[in-house]
Design a protein around this ligand. Structure first.
Ligand SMILES: [Zn+2]
Length: 159
């Protein structure tokens, strides 16, 4: 299932592109070569490849089919992924189909949203929010990430 692709419309030229769930770098439009919004699905089996090994930060949407607020937040997240195309990847995880991930991230409520940077959770929040608020939250997480990578004296201490 790791070779899954999604058809995503280029927000710039409106052409449809097939975008793989996992790839090196960032997907670009075959027609106008602008970065495409990257939206992928992952489950217990695919999460490592699709989310943790991604080369750009990942916005994880832990959602459930029976969850009303999830259906509301989904288009807002897709808008954020479109606005931040090339800078963030949106990965949607159906918690009922991914029991291992639900336990690992101790999901108490859906939707739970997380920003992952190379597999590490750098921001997390539960509950739906409108697109502008989500965008601010993601922007802040990405800004924190830049400042910590730049200012950190290095984190040794491997066991
Ligand atoms: Zn295009």
């Amino acid at each position: 299932m790791s070779a899954a692709t999604r058809t995503i419309r280029c927000p710039n030229c409106q052409k449809y592109n097939r975008v793989p769930a996992a790839a090196q770098g960032v997907p670009k439009c075959g027609n106008c070569h602008r970065p495409l919004p990257w939206i992928a699905d992952a489950d217990d089996a695919g999460f490592a490849e699709v989310a943790e090994q991604a080369t750009i930060p990942v916005l994880v949407d832990l959602w459930a089919t029976w969850c009303g607020p999830c259906r509301m937040v989904s288009p807002a997240l897709e808008k954020v992924a479109t606005d931040l195309a090339g800078r963030i990847k949106l990965v949607k995880v159906d918690v009922d189909a991914s029991p291992t991930l639900s336990r690992r991230f101790e999901v108490q409520a859906v939707p739970t949203l997380m920003v992952l940077d190379r597999g590490e959770v750098i921001a997390r929040q539960a509950g739906a929010a409108p697109a502008p608020a989500l965008r601010q939250w993601v922007d802040r997480a990405l800004a924190d990430r830049t400042s910590t990578t730049a200012g950190s004296p290095g984190s040794g201490g491997t066991p």
